[in-house]
Design a protein around this ligand. Structure first.
Ligand code: DQA
Length: 171
């Protein structure tokens, strides 16, 4: 069973009931993939001393608000499976990818290769400050292919990452 959260959020001013209009309006807009890896579906109850009590769905709502302010659309996905994360990276129509790969950050050459293969800007994101934690968290395969990395800001890192990606794509 693959747990996937997947929503497309057009900002409020572009929300239309007529689907065709919606797609026409969003076609020109910056579109961002926000991809979350293993165990992040458990945010809220998972090690609150490290990750806080905010849930992934709360974070998604924060991203929706930020998308409205930035005038971008986004997909918000989570999977506990390496292959499913790679499929999202291959299949997305987004121009940029914000990735919290969870523990795969420290192990997955396959995810790093997938990111290199699609040739899109990647922003690496972590809730916790991985550099204050165990040694095995201090190496990241994602950093090798990311233009930036944000960690230690908790849930606030997500909207900040969206703003950074949106500005990066506008350069
Ligand atoms: C994490 C940090 C990773 O080391 C860890 O395995 C996670 C969460 C973070 O957001 O702080 O699952 O990516």
């Amino acid at each position: 069973m693959v747990a996937v959260v997947n929503y497309l959020y057009p900002p409020a001013q572009f929300r239309h009931t007529h689907l065709q209009t919606h797609y026409k309006r969003t076609a020109d807009m910056t579109h961002i993939l926000i991809l979350n890896g293993p165990n992040l579906n458990l945010l809220g109850t998972r090690q609150p001393e490290t990750y806080g009590t905010i849930t992934l769905s709360d974070i998604e709502s924060m991203c929706a608000r930020e998308a409205g302010q930035l005038g971008v659309t986004f997909e918000f996905e989570q999977s506990n499976h390496e292959g499913a994360l790679i499929d999202h990276i291959h299949d997305t129509k987004a121009q940029g990818i914000i990735l919290n790969a969870g523990a795969y950050t420290h192990t997955s050459i396959a995810i790093m290769d997938a990111l290199s293969s699609v040739n899109k800007p990647v922003l690496e994101l972590h809730l916790s400050n991985v550099y204050q934690r165990e040694d095995f968290r201090q190496h990241s395969y994602i950093s090798k292919v990311a233009f930036a990395m944000i960690c230690g800001l908790g849930a606030s890192g997500y909207p900040i990452a969206m703003r950074a990606m949106s500005e990066h794509l506008a350069l």
